[in-house]
Design a protein around this ligand. Structure first.
Ligand SMILES: NC(=O)c1ccc[n+]([C@@H]2O[C@H](COP(=O)([O-])OP(=O)(O)OC[C@H]3O[C@@H](n4cnc5c(N)ncnc54)[C@H](O)[C@@H]3O)[C@@H](O)[C@H]2O)c1
Length: 320
């Protein structure tokens, strides 16, 4: 029986943002309805970065992603985040595919944030602010642009060239290099940096803003002043992971925010168990740690597309 081997280029040619948003939203639905299985991701901490092992099962699909975060990698010409996915047959465990999941990670992270914005941001949102102009920033823009019609996108990065590269990558959009404060003064704000101390100040956040806090996805990382969380409607992708590794992890460990102050999980809002935005002036925050169910959902999409199109490398991995 063959195992498909899909390179980053293969996967890139098979990914589609609209389809990614659909399957990721379905994964949140399945998770909230108890139809998925996902242990908390396991971290392996190294001197210069870390690895995470992320297994999950959805109805009819199962797999595991092995992903790193090495923030100094761009200076070596490598992505900060790279990933490999093993996608298996849930009936037999057979490895159906081994695929690069670097862009699966970026697409599903953008998709999860855009889904959160769909339920939590004001419907009349016309400005998008992106803090940190690296790889994840690109798919934040792509995913949000699939659901919103922005008049202006504002971008800030501590590295000026990163902003320039970002602007050049998206000639079709009206993107403005902005100060950090001005970027935060947007209807929807996505923070996508590896910061380990707060960079977004409470006084900059306007009433009615929705923030997707994406960058903090490991213990000790945070991007928002803890005061930003206070009084905001905080929604997590998964409470277990968010308490240990999400935007709330540092404030919780310092006693500045309590886990029971979290309003809901995104899945609860997607299935209608809890309402999303309730008032035009509320500040809402989506604390994203990144879920293995998102990866498995997108891996299935990629695998099915690859099987349909054919012509990808197959190996007899297990043999007989
Ligand atoms: N929540 C999730 O699901 C998820 C998924 C993937 C990555 N991440 C996290 O997102 C973050 C970004 O990942 P990436 O792949 O885009 O990395 P990247 O290295 O491609 O980009 C990060 C960018 O942030 C900029 N930056 C660093 N510190 C900054 C600061 N204080 N202010 C403004 N800009 C700053 C860097 O210059 C760089 O351009 C990482 O922390 C990563 O772990 C989260």
């Amino acid at each position: 029986m063959p195992t498909l081997l899909l390179t980053r280029k293969d996967v890139d040619g098979l990914l589609d943002m609209k389809a990614t948003i659909e399957v990721v939203e379905q994964a949140f639905r399945d998770w909230a309805l108890g139809r998925a299985s996902m242990p908390v991701k396991a971290y392996l901490i190294l001197e210069r970065g870390d690895f995470r092992a992320m297994p999950a099962a959805l109805p009819g699909a199962v797999g595991v992603k092995w992903v790193n975060v090495h923030p100094q990698n761009p200076s070596r010409g490598l992505p900060t985040v790279m990933a490999t996915m093993i996608y298996n047959d849930p009936q037999t465990g057979y490895p159906l595919a081994i695929m690069d999941a670097t862009d699966i990670t970026a697409y599903r992270t953008g998709a999860a944030a855009a889904i959160a914005s769909k339920y939590l941001a004001r419907k009349d949102s016309v400005t998008l602010g992106i803090v940190g102009a690296g790889r994840q920033a690109q798919t934040q823009l792509l995913a949000h642009a699939a659901l919103f019609d922005f008049r202006l996108v504002k971008v800030y990065d501590i590295v000026a060239e990163a902003v320039q590269r970002f602007v050049q990558s998206f000639p079709r959009y009206r993107i403005q290099a902005s100060s950090l404060e001005d970027t935060v003064a947007s209807d929807i704000v996505c923070t996508v940096t590896p910061a380990r101390a707060p960079i977004v100040k409470k006084e900059w956040v306007r009433p009615g803003t929705h923030i997707n806090a994406i960058g903090a996805d490991a213990e000790g990382k945070e991007e928002l002043e803890p005061d930003v969380l206070k009084g905001a409607r905080v929604v997590v992708d998964d409470l277990r992971q968010a308490s240990l590794a999400g935007e709330i992890n540092v404030p919780v460990s310092q006693g500045l925010f309590r886990v029971d102050e979290v309003y809901a999980s995104l899945g609860d809002i997607v299935i209608g168990r809890k309402p999303g935005r309730h008032d035009a002036k509320a500040v809402t925050i989506f604390d994203s740690t990144g879920l293995a169910i998102e990866d498995v959902a997108v891996a299935r999409l990629v695998y099915e597309q690859a099987k349909q199109r054919g012509d990808y490398l197959e190996v007899d991995l297990v043999g007989s």
